[in-house]
Design a binder for this molecule. Structure first.
Ligand SMILES: [Zn+2]
Length: 142
């Protein structure tokens, strides 16, 4: 069984509160599932492919809930804390470039890529989240 992510979901649209509430609740359920525990037990970050202790890994929504993503098996991946916070600091397009660069880089190049991304971040101005309705701001999954 393969799950696919709809690319429409990668747009900048913000999801309505109802969606966010529902999918966060589903995420909590999914976190308790044996399927998720098995994924954590593997101990591998989906993005940087690093190995971690299960309790160092978090559940990441590939398409964030606040952008219309869902808490489905096809949209949640184990993610280390470094990748998780990096993802939250980047624009989706910057994050995608970062993930692509990790994929293309050999293991020895990983550190070089990482330090380059750190340097890039200093010149890239981060936009304010466009949320007019007083949303939750720094939700863990957004
Ligand atoms: Zn990682």
């Amino acid at each position: 069984m393969s799950a696919t992510i709809e690319f429409d979901d990668l747009s900048f649209e913000t999801a309505d509160e109802e969606h966010v509430r529902r999918e966060k609740a589903r995420g909590r359920e999914l976190r308790r599932s044996q399927w998720w525990k098995n994924r954590l037990a593997v101990g591998r970050c989906h993005y940087c492919k690093g190995w971690f202790h299960p309790h160092e890994l978090t559940m990441d929504h590939v398409v964030p809930i606040c952008r219309g993503g869902r808490s489905t098996r096809g949209n949640v991946v184990p993610c280390c804390q470094a990748c998780n916070s990096r993802k939250r600091q980047m624009l989706p397009v910057e994050w995608q470039q970062y993930v692509d660069s990790l994929r293309n880089a050999g293991a020895s190049e990983l550190e070089r890529v990482r330090s380059r991304m750190r340097a890039d971040r200093e010149v890239v101005r981060r936009p304010e989240p466009a949320r007019g309705d007083g949303g939750h701001g720094s939700g863990a999954e957004c």
